[in-house]
Design a protein around this ligand. Structure first.
Ligand code: BGC
Length: 392
């Protein structure tokens, strides 16, 4: 069977600055890595700060036509109100390089990290947080005039989880680290406000399609728990989708699923099938996620800004991605407006405190920084070239 995709469908891969660049010294995460949490360090990461042209070249050579990356606020504004024109020029060179290689750049302005000074001011709950973000966005807009796709904030719902957990730990609370706490609603509200301000600024200064990317848990109801699902999903996801209403597109990111029963989220029982980040192997998550966003927001354009699997077995990566794309195509056939698929991740990278979970289409030797494309890169690139997925 042959599943075909539209000619202008974006096929690409995603990264985030802190996870691949290396030496993001002025960021909150650099400090967190040195804190009491027992995390591995990002260090030089993949040195993509210097090697981005090589990385983008690998994607373009494979047949992909898009690259999603983030620009780093902590580099662009190392002290409050003090902006670096040289760092801005660096990110403009990345945009130019992508375009020269035939890759449509999808630029994220905030992917989990912010400047250390912003953290010291209370981060998203500090006075003037939204104004500070807006000032950065206005400065960054100078290099985005001819960028078609801009994501303001990556996964505000996950930022509200992580920032919330950190705040509670700082207040001496013993955290249960076996599961993520629900997103902190007050942090979430500020992030949505920051997104709305960024949309206004970017619409006034660029011609980009502007959206936010949402982490979908692809939650489903156990029999009889439909009402509870609506309640739980609002806190985790729908509040943030609500914040995207009216946007040019919504970025959807999905990896796995979660069941909700009458008492709430059902804890996942570990299984040998789990991925390297302990998630159930559920390639159907993507279809559930995009169908829900489509229904909830009444049909906005959707860009899959992340989907992938942490595994050492590249055949498994291909099998997962193939199944995810089949679900994606089924949703398109059913009328969901999906504009592209950006795989997480282009490179094996720093998985927020751990190096072991490898999501990349390309492996990286962390001493020589040599890149080793995996078969999955060529496989995904060939689908992009054919604009079609063939299955038995
Ligand atoms: C994030 C990425 C992360 C990925 C895999 C997403 O939540 O945006 O930064 O590496 O999931 O865990």
């Amino acid at each position: 069977m042959r599943r075909t995709f539209s000619d202008d469908f974006l096929w690409g891969a995603s990264t985030a600055a802190h996870q691949v660049e290396g030496n993001n010294l002025n960021s909150d995460w650099w400090l967190i890595e040195q804190g009491p949490y027992g995390l591995e360090r990002s260090g030089d990461a993949d040195d993509s700060y210097h090697r981005y042209a090589e990385d983008m070249g690998l994607l373009a050579d494979s047949g992909l036509n898009s690259y999603r990356f983030s620009i780093e606020w902590a580099r662009i504004e190392p002290s409050p109100g003090e902006f670096s024109l040289a760092e801005l020029a660096h990110y403009r060179r990345m945009i130019d390089t992508a375009k020269q290689l035939g890759l449509t750049p999808v630029v994220t302005l905030h992917h989990f990290t912010h400047p250390a000074w912003f953290e010291q001011q209370g981060a998203w709950l500090g006075d003037g947080a939204v104004n500070a973000f807006a000032r950065y966005v206005a400065f960054a807009a100078q290099i985005l005039h001819d960028v078609d796709w801009v994501c303001t904030i990556n996964e505000p719902n996950m930022v509200a989880v992580m920032h919330g957990m950190r705040l509670r730990a700082a207040h001496g609370e013993q955290l249960d680290t076996s599961a993520l706490a629900a997103p902190d609603e007050s942090i979430g509200q500020v992030l949505i406000e920051a997104h709305r301000r960024a949309v206004e600024i970017l619409h006034a200064r660029t011609s980009a399609k502007v959206g936010m990317t949402i982490s979908s848990q692809a939650q489903t109801a156990a029999p009889g728990a439909e009402a509870k699902l609506v309640e739980v999903r609002y806190v985790w996801e729908d509040m943030y989708l609500e914040g995207c209403r009216g946007d040019d597109f919504v970025g959807i990111q999905a990896y796995s699923t979660q069941t909700v029963d009458e008492s709430g989220l059902v804890p996942h029982q570990p299984s040998p099938d789990d991925t390297l980040v302990g998630l159930p192997y559920r390639p159907d998550a993507l279809g559930i996620a995009i169908r829900h966003a489509h229904e909830f927001l009444d049909g906005p354009p959707i860009l899959v800004t992340e989907n992938g699997i942490a595994t050492h077995d590249d055949d498994r990566r291909i099998a997962y991605t193939r199944a995810a794309l089949e679900h994606l195509h089924d949703a398109i056939e059913d009328g969901v407006d999906v504009r592209g698929y950006l795989h997480w991740s282009a490179l094996d990278n720093f998985e927020w405190g751990r190096w072991e979970p490898t999501f990349g289409l390309v492996a990286v030797d962390r001493e020589t920084f040599e890149r080793h494309p995996k078969p999955s890169l060529g496989w995904l690139g060939s689908i992009a070239r054919a604009k079609a997925l063939d299955s038995k």
